[in-house]
Write a protein that binds this ligand. Sequence first.
Ligand code: SF4
Ligand code: SF4
Length: 92
Amino acid sequence: MAKGTVKFEVETCKGCELCIEACPQGSIELSPHLNKQGYHYAVLVKDNCTGCVNCALVCPDAVITVYREKKKGKTPVATISNVKQDITVTVS
Ligand code: SF4
Ligand code: SF4
């Protein structure tokens, strides 16, 4: 499963909770603290975000940015097939 994270523009959030409802992972809650506008703002409370972007799509104030981790590991650059004898491959 993909790994993601989200960042909220805390001072612009109005605490409408739409992102909380939209998150299939239950990753978001409202902070007990208030922003400068006097709203409890959304925060990421779990490390299980998949980067699905549901929250960003429903946010009426577009204050959520979603990040996805790039896949780890090496990408194959070549495939050797149909080998009938011993071979030596040197990668520089
Ligand atoms: S990107 Fe998806 S999983 Fe992550 S916080 Fe938003 S709704 Fe939840
Ligand atoms: S949907 Fe947007 S404005 Fe509403 S609580 Fe979430 S981040 Fe804040």
